[in-house]
Design a protein around this ligand. Sequence first.
Ligand code: TXA
Ligand code: MG
Length: 337
Amino acid sequence: METLLLSDSEEQLEIAAKLIQDGEIVGIPTETVYGLGADASNEEAVRSVFAAKGRPADNPLIVHLAYFSDAEKYTRHIPKLAYRLAGHFCPGPLTIVLPKNDRIPMVTSGGLDTVGIRVPSHPVMHRIIELSGCPIAAPSANASGYPSTTTAKHVISDMDGKIAAVVDGGQSEYGVESTVIAIEDEDTVRILRPGCVTREMLLKHCGNVIIDPAILHDLAEGQKAASPGMKYKHYSPKADIIMVESSLEDFTDYVGKKGGDEVFSLIFDGDEKDFPYRHMTYGGDSLSQAHLLFQRLRELDDIGAKKVYVRAPQADGVGLAVYNRLIRAAGFEVIRI
Ligand code: TXA
Ligand code: MG
């Protein structure tokens, strides 16, 4: 299959929407990362998404809608707190897990009786949903286990020949996937995956926010994940990633003792003045780190890095999302100095 590269013009978006209606998979831009979009109600189309990614069948897909009010068509019940949070954060990088109805097939929900609902703010994604008239199931558009994609070029590099088309909507604004939450009770949410809607932002609109333990820790053998995606190795480039929590001075000493031709460091903007070893920078504040992280992990592979020491970000605010992706990319290998 030849993968078409489409622009974001109205005519090309009509082609993308038609492909989705016909049960094909289209790479689509969102404000978080690119997605592999298919009609969420078409079991065969959804099966082909799992196949294209090489994704385990029990890892559910998020369903993307044009408006949060459309969630009423696909769920059994929407708690008041979900409406309240949607009022503040939708459209945007938030996914709310709700009890699903029969219009969402079990293949889409990975066998769960819930569905993650997201209303993307990216105008191109919004338009594709409207034109297709379909609820769009879309996992991140990367080969399973590999870093997510934030440009159309990355999608082509992972998916060429496996999907019908990719729509180029520019570089993703946030760069990490949406915050996934479950509603625990009238005033409590649980963050299943951290993103750019932070715990602090959610706390302005509800009483309690629980951070699921799987966000920062490896699950013990036999432990059940509230979000199935948390149990899989993730976001890993080919290079071996090692996180280092330390001052810049200790980081520099540590890396200096490692040496070797294929060793690189991923450091913060501003660190490079006093850092004599091979490196890339990935932003100063948490938002720019989120924006750049996956792109840098891919670039490190492109230049043939075999081992990458990464300065660990602060694990709060948006930094919690960056930390969560990195600790998985590192297979939970963290060096604390
Ligand atoms: O920003 C995003 O969320 C991107 C863009 C394309 O929208 N999508 C994305 O999808 O990151 P994916 O499939 O790569 O990650 C979805 C995560 C997985 O960890 C999955 O286990 C979890 O959300 N998830 C989805 N539905 C769920 C459900 N019903 N209950 C619990 N976790 C769920
Ligand atoms: Mg993903």
